[in-house]
Design a protein around this ligand. Structure first.
Ligand code: ZN
Ligand code: ZN
Length: 326
């Protein structure tokens, strides 16, 4: 499905089958010499078919279209390799570049995360092929152009400023058009659903408080003059400032809830996750699919790590598993 948002700006809905996210919004901006496509969809048949059809309907070719990838998640970056032609520039942040050119090892990372989070003790296998981000990742790509915070990409009448909004993912980039007061928010700010936060490292050695980074990035966006926010999932937002406040409140509530769950006990990230409230249509933790258990543990760990960095709780390592306590 294609929706025209403004002159020379379109939203392409890319279906994400069997995924709670339902669909990805890919945005197409028609330029003079070159066009720009923002985010792509998973590397799977249904996404390829949707983007191929959109290319036909909007009547453009990838030879004169560049790609902007907001962050490494495969629902955004999965088709970069499929779509890119030798002439195509693929703009990304530094971290995303490493993932897309195939230089980072996802398997070791997930192995360690599943062990240290306590998920393995709860029976989760370390079979990374169960992870949609791994299964539907892009083929390695080489023609990558790293963008920095503040860089401008000009596409026709659109002047797109790259804004580093690390938090949901390292080097997550939003694009901001000051003249049109439009923000392409990626997964930094979503409407109907809350962006999933995780840790980008393993619990015992993690060096960055990604939830604190996320809060900082929300504050950066809050200071911009924005009339229309175009997120990567679900509908457009006309008041991103209200949504920013809601997201901050959501995480504050989560932090308090996690402290209540911990009480006086010592728990793993997975144990905390199993006791948290989740907005999915499944009654018990045992019934959560493999990937949802991993996402839930990641979300719990991002909050536990934040509390640990703030000195509210501490952690200890026992038999390769990380436990948190007040
Ligand atoms: Zn994402
Ligand atoms: Zn996404």
């Amino acid at each position: 499905m294609i929706e025209q948002i403004r002159e020379n700006l379109y939203r392409i809905e890319i279906p994400l089958p069997q995924n709670p996210l339902k669909a990805l919004n890919s945005y197409f901006l028609r330029g003079i010499d070159r066009n720009l496509l923002i985010d792509t969809g998973f590397n799977r048949d249904e996404c390829r078919a949707a983007i191929d059809q959109a290319i036909q309907e909007l009547d453009f070719s990838m030879e004169n279209t560049d790609i902007f990838i907001t962050h490494i998640h495969s629902d955004h970056s999965g088709l970069a390799g499929y779509l890119a032609r030798p002439e195509t520039r693929i703009y990304t942040g530094e971290y995303t570049k490493k993932g897309l050119c195939g230089s980072s090892s996802m398997t070791t990372y997930f192995d360690d995360l599943i062990k240290q989070s306590g998920l393995m003790e709860m029976g989760l296998t370390t079979d990374v092929s169960m992870h949609p981000g791994y299964r539907y990742r892009s083929v390695p790509v080489s023609n990558l152009t790293v963008v920095q915070d503040g860089d401008i990409i000009q596409v026709g009448d659109f002047s797109l400023q790259c804004i580093n909004t690390t938090g949901h993912a390292p080097d997550h980039m939003c694009l901001y058009d000051k003249k049109h007061k439009i923000l392409f928010s990626g997964d930094h700010i979503l409407g109907g659903i809350t962006p999933n936060n995780t840790i980008w490292g393993v619990p015992w050695t993690i060096q960055v408080d990604y939830l604190a980074e996320y809060f900082k990035s929300l504050t950066i966006i809050n200071e911009l003059d924005i009339d229309l926010t175009l997120p990567s999932h679900r509908g457009t937002l006309t008041n991103c400032y209200e949504r920013i406040e809601e997201l901050k409140r959501h995480h504050d509530n989560r932090l308090n809830n996690i402290l209540d769950i911990l009480g006086n006990e010592s728990m793993t990230g997975a144990e905390v996750a199993s006791k948290m409230k989740w907005d999915i249509d499944i009654k018990s933790w045992e019934q959560f699919p493999w990937a949802q258990k991993l996402f839930a543990a990641g979300e719990a760990l991002s909050h536990l790590t934040h509390l640990e960095f703030k000195g509210v709780i501490t952690k200890r390592l026992q038999d390769g598993v990380v436990y948190y306590h007040k």
